[in-house]
Design a protein around this ligand. Structure first.
Ligand code: WT7
Length: 652
């Protein structure tokens, strides 16, 4: 292997959950030899079942699968109640507010807060098992209470990231037919209050399935209250009992929905169910972050994304860990903020996205050296391929060349990590997700033949057997579930799960993820469907056609590049106004996260004679790469040179 291989720290490995590659290979062998036995053993060991399961895996209706059927459990019980005997006074959550305010919530506090919240939802809002509850919240402890309160009573939560606009929120509410929204007046960002409640108000205008809104008063700024619909959490919670029965849930009862982008204009409601999800959330916490009883763990994600679900809330709490939750912005007041937090809270595991690492590196290269970071043991990254310079800085300056970096590859649909190093076992390589976790049959397949590709070859990143935390469905759309994930690759005549990512095998089966093979782009570690951005831009009444592609971006990983054909050229007289108008629409339809980095007004788009837009050509032009494709078969080949010159002119 090349010299760019870093061996695990031997001191760390001694006490790690998985201590060596021998142990890793033994687990892999065990899962290969007896797949169901492997999972059944862990399910029995890790989960506090109310009723034991009858079957391990039921594939009779694949790709709709059932794990641990017949079993009953409750996720809030798994995350809270079962720890009370031994961890009552242990910190479950350490919350640090934007302005530096710190709150420690013990497991007993969490128990009481979640139960009160659950009673409120039941008694005042009539929420019942199976009801959908939309959570549109800032990063405050009440967001966690809301999630766990739903799981305690069997309601299905659907968190919508606080950066999404009212239209995006409205669509998600409608798709899930949610009857309740939990929100906050707002929160703080860079010491200033910002608002969320007005976005909810706008989302509920007109017809809405939502009958009640619960508002957590965090910043106490003035908000509009709609009588009979909006209620103050701070008021209602006062009278609630701190005891609430944890509803026995079937293994396959839905736990939550989380909307994510795909290749159409409409986001998909990814459905995760109870037992399999919580099992894998807990197991990967233990394996990949190697969190020990007295450790403090911090993941910088937002609860609005899957990383926040699995690795701020469910995984850490299921294993009884201490999880740090941060309301603020990691570069505020300066790029030393996260390192100050590591020092102050003696954080042992730190998990963030490459985009954050790049920003922290760029804005504060020397910052880590100003703080005592000696508590750190494991550093994680997730969300997009990390570039080697950022990786090296993270390894050397943040980790003092002492910590393992776990480059965790997974996605909303996988529920938890699927390809990742194990910090006490796996020799790591910069920017490489390394090997499938034990029990996960992740393989790079040739999409044509379904065969595993060889060393140095690339193909489609697939998972060839169902795994417990697998997506169970796209809410309300069985066909879309089958088509989106099981329609592209067949192995031995059987449809297998395709992630949408390309990947390449290195020596020893090491997996490097090369990025999406579809029209989904990855902006700052967040998945953005180009079709969704296009649909928003098309709402501008002077836009005739639009094609959106990704373009490498120094900090965000990928930026959004839009080619726009206007209906009339009049608007172009004032290009700045046109760009502004389109950005306003994007903000309204999706939110700031979808704003375009570049907009180019062109006279036409490259299309085949059948009218298909040739995005490969547009991607190459955006990246300033040579066009390798034959353009002579285009409807109008001359358009390519025209677009190229417009882009060059704009960029110079
Ligand atoms: C997509 C999933 C998983 C939580 C955050 C994003 C990309 C994720 C890695 C990684 C290279 C990665 C993939 C994947 N991705 N982790 N370690 N290396 N690419 O969740 O929004 O569902 O996005 O993020 O393209 O499909 P998501």
């Amino acid at each position: 292997m090349s010299q760019d291989i870093y061996q695990p720290n031997p001191e760390f490995a001694k006490n790690a959950t998985i201590k060596s590659m021998e142990e890793y290979h033994a687990l892999v062998k065990k899962s290969n030899d007896d797949y169901e036995g492997f999972w059944a053993d862990y399910a029995n060991e890790k989960i506090d079942w109310f009723k034991p399961f009858d079957t391990v895996l039921d594939e009779s209706n694949a790709p709709f699968v059932k794990w641990f059927d017949g079993g009953q459990l409750n996720v809030a019980h798994q995350c809270i109640d079962r720890h009370l005997d031994t961890r009552k006074n242990k910190a479950a959550i350490i919350f640090e507010g934007d302005r530096g305010d710190v709150q420690t919530i013990t497991y007993l506090d969490l128990y009481k807060n979640v139960n009160r919240f659950a009673n409120l939802l039941k008694e005042d809002f009539g929420v019942k098992k199976g009801d959908r509850v939309v959570i549109y919240m800032p990063m405050i402890p009440e967001a966690t209470y809301a999630m766990l309160a739903c799981s305690r009573i069997g309601a299905i939560h659907s968190i919508v990231f606080g950066g999404f606009s009212s239209e995006a929120l409205k669509d998600r509410i409608a798709d899930a037919e949610a009857k309740v929204v939990i929100t906050a007046d707002g929160a703080y960002r860079k010491t200033k209050p910002y608002m969320l409640k007005p976005v909810v108000d706008a989302a509920l205008e007109g017809e809405s399935p939502v009958k009640k809104v619960l508002v957590v008063e965090r910043n106490h700024e003035e908000v509009t209250w709609v009588a009979g619909r909006d209620y103050s959490y701070n008021e209602l919670i006062k009278s609630k009992s701190t005891h609430c029965k944890a509803e026995p849930m079937d293994s396959e009862d839905p736990l939550f929905l989380l909307y994510t982008s795909g290749s159409t204009g409409k986001p998909k409601g990814v459905q995760h169910n109870t037992a399999g999800y919580i099992l894998w959330a807990q197991m990967t916490m233990e394996w990949v972050f190697d969190v020990k009883e007295n450790d403090t763990y911090w993941c910088t994600a937002d609860v609005g994304w899957i990383t926040g679900h699995t690795y701020i809330v469910y995984g850490p709490l299921a294993m009884g860990a201490t999880t740090v939750m941060f309301e603020g912005v990691i570069t505020h007041p300066d790029a030393g903020r996260p390192w100050a937090m590591v020092e102050n809270h003696r954080i042992n595991q730190f998990y963030t996205a490459p985009t954050a690492i790049r920003v922290l590196h760029k804005m504060g290269e020397e910052e880590p050296s100003k703080y005592d970071l000696s508590s750190l043991k494991v550093l994680g990254t997730v969300g997009e391929p990390i570039d080697p310079p950022a990786w090296k800085w993270y390894y050397e300056e943040v980790g003092n060349s002492n910590c393992a970096i776990v480059d965790t590859y997974w996605q909303t649909e996988t529920g938890g990590h699927v390809v990742s190093p194990l910090p006490g076992a796996t020799p790591i390589k910069p920017a490489c997700a390394t090997l499938p976790l034990p029990g996960i049959m992740a393989e790079i397949l040739d999409p044509e033949t379904g065969e595993k590709v060889g060393e140095g070859e690339s193909g489609y990143m697939c998972i060839t057997r169902p795994w417990p935390a697998q997506i169970r469905g796209v809410w309300g759309d069985e066909e879309r579930y089958k088509k989106s994930y099981f329609g592209d690759v067949q192995k031995d005549g059987k449809a297998v799960y395709f992630t949408g990512d390309g990947a390449i095998y290195g020596a020893d089966g090491y997996i490097t993820i090369t990025g999406r093979t579809d029209d989904v782009i990855n902006v700052s570690g967040h998945r953005m469907g180009t079709a969704e951005v296009e649909a928003a831009i098309k709402k501008h009444n002077n836009v005739a056609e639009v094609a959106v592609v990704g373009k490498p971006h120094e900090l965000k990983g990928e930026g959004i590049f839009a080619y726009i054909v206007l209906k009339s050229d009049e608007g172009i007289a004032d290009e700045i106004a046109e760009v502004k108008a389109i950005n306003t629409i994007i903000k309204k339809e999706i939110g700031n996260i979808a704003l375009c980095d570049d907009m180019i007004f062109v006279s036409g788009l490259p299309k085949t004679r059948s009218g298909k837009i040739m995005r490969r050509i547009l991607r190459a032009i955006a990246k300033d790469e040579p066009i390798t494709q034959d353009i002579s078969t285009l409807e109008d080949p001359s358009i390519v040179a025209k677009i190229e010159s417009m882009v060059q002119c704009k960029m110079c």
